[in-house]
Design a protein around this ligand. Structure first.
Ligand code: ASP
Length: 313
């Protein structure tokens, strides 16, 4: 009998308002989300590994300029792109992550290689890039990642002395544009992958939750896989992804209760706006958000495809 598989993805949560979304932009985003989730589902349907599926799904969004990861990443105070990414495989609880990389086209692949091919979990900056170039990654110029829209966002935040997110000029100005995927494969493996450009106007080598196993990314076979998006400073302190797993493991909460308790509970009270995606060992999927929207999509255990943007959909 075929074993169930399922996958969920996100392209970031935050203030996403229908009034500011043109039909064309909405269509482009829905199309990219669909391509992403289907890239991952195709691997799972062929019996592929959950992490390979999650990485394939994230890669599609890294390559798409509409999301804050890979091409289209937000800019730092110094007008650079600095990206963070992490992966976790639930079988052995193997993990890999990179932070502050500037010349790697797909940081999510590098995070997977850190997991598979180094004795470490987290590599940063130039060292992470050296590790990549020793493995035949090509050097990607900053120009590749740069988009006019991110440049204008940075200027508007600099003018107001803000870092991170601010009043909307673009439909997703107040959106945390990180991308992520969680998957259950036919062998029963759970995996999670998350990738981001971080927050606009960041300084001093700031790193958010996306690079940190347990905060932005977590996976444990027999339990759950989680990928988060939101203001990293809150998600780091609440170790959101591993907190979901702990509630399910120790309190025996189901995926829906565990995710909602965290996202709508203390995290929200602290001011931590954002959301997460999760899949459990039966393939049940949960999307949680305390913001007005989260770009998201899934293919469930019955093969049903769902693609949504707003919280009330
Ligand atoms: N969590 C990311 C960070 O703080 C931002 C995001 O989700 O867009 O770096």
């Amino acid at each position: 009998m075929p074993q169930p598989f399922s996958i969920a993805i996100h392209g970031g949560a935050g203030t996403i308002l229908p009034s500011q979304m043109s039909p064309q932009l909405k269509q482009n985003i829905l199309m990219a989300l669909t391509q992403s989730v289907q890239a991952g589902a195709a691997i799972l349907a062929q019996g592929g590994d959950a992490l390979d599926a999650a990485v394939a799904a994230v890669k599609v969004m890294e390559d798409c300029p509409h999301f804050n990861a890979g091409k289209g990443s937000v800019l730092t105070h110094q007008e650079m792109v600095e990206m963070d990414a992490s992966v976790m495989h639930g079988r052995e609880m193997d993990a890999g992550a990179v932070a502050g990389v500037r010349h790697i086209r797909n940081p999510i692949e590098l995070a997977r290689d850190v997991m598979r091919d180094s004795n470490h979990v987290l590599l940063i900056g130039e060292g992470a890039e050296q590790f990549a170039f020793e493995r035949d990654y090509s050097y990607t110029e900053q120009d590749y990642f740069f988009t006019e829209r991110r440049y204008e966002q940075l200027q508007s935040m600099k003018e107001r002395g803000l870092f991170a997110l601010s009043e909307s000029k673009y439909p997703d100005d107040k959106k945390y544009g990180t991308v992520g995927a969680v998957a259950l494969d036919q062998q029963g493996n759970l995996a999670a992958a998350t990738s981001t450009g971080g927050v606009t106007n960041k300084k001093y080598g700031r790193v958010g939750d996306t690079a940190v196993i347990g905060a932005g990314t977590f996976a444990q076979n027999g339990n759950v896989a989680v990928s988060t998006t939101g203001m990293g400073e809150y998600f780091l302190r609440k170790v959101v992804a591993s907190d979901v797993a702990a509630r399910m493991r120790y309190l025996k909460e189901d995926i829906h209760l565990a995710c909602e308790t965290i996202i709508q509970g203390e995290l929200k009270q602290m001011g931590g706006e954002g959301g997460l995606i999760a899949v459990d060992s039966k393939g049940d999927i949960h999307f949680a958000m305390n913001s007005s929207g989260m770009y998201r999509a899934s293919v469930d255990i019955n093969g049903e495809v769902t693609v949504k943007i707003y919280a009330d959909e």
